[in-house]
Design a protein around this ligand. Structure first.
Ligand code: SF4
Length: 180
């Protein structure tokens, strides 16, 4: 069963304005979201509130990205959230890559950071611009750009096919030129 709420625009890092729209902001005792495992009524009440919450997805994202494993977040209990915590490093969310390329500061996994550099390289972005976007050194981006260049070159070379007659005819000593 998929517990993940429908996706929305990723939150910007350092932006906590979504707290103001949280369904739990003005009402219940915060302890409601930290039930003991056998407090099923409390768990049900907290989850019902989360289901009506307009920032449920953002709340869940924040919990995963902050490594917050305690209590109910985004409508999921600690146990329900655990597989999502484990899977987070494998996330490759193209909306986040696009948001970063568009100048927003959002949480990125290593895979997403790599995808940002790759897309920037293919778009001809200066490495210094990417370095600023990802808050890493220009040298590091330049190194990644060189790696992409080599990968593209290798792919191009591997696509070059040898003409059939050359592929089947064995090389003779004369084919490699005269001796020095
Ligand atoms: S989803 Fe998060 S912010 Fe919304 S009510 Fe539940 S715990 Fe509060």
């Amino acid at each position: 069963m998929n517990h993940t709420p429908s996706s929305s625009s990723p939150r910007s890092l350092g932006d906590f304005t979504w707290h103001e729209r949280a369904a739990c902001q003005a009402g219940p005792d915060p302890d409601l979201f930290f039930p003991h495992p056998d407090q099923t009524e409390q768990i049900r009440a907290a989850k019902t509130l989360c289901e009506q919450c307009p920032v449920r997805r953002t709340c869940l994202d924040a919990a995963l990205e902050d490594g917050d494993r305690h209590g109910i977040r985004g409508g999921l209990t600690e146990e329900e959230r655990e597989p999502l915590h484990r899977d987070l490093p494998h996330r490759l969310d193209h909306a986040r890559v696009a948001a970063t390329l568009g100048g927003r500061d959002v949480h990125l996994t290593d895979l997403e950071r790599h995808a940002v550099v790759r897309a920037a390289y293919e778009a001809g972005e200066p490495s210094a611009h990417v370095a600023r976007m990802l808050k890493i050194s220009d040298d590091h981006v330049a190194k990644l750009y060189r790696r992409f260049r080599r990968q593209l070159r290798n792919r191009t070379l591997s696509q070059v096919t040898t003409p059939p007659q050359q592929a089947t005819a064995p090389l003779s000593r004369d084919d490699v030129g005269p001796a020095a």
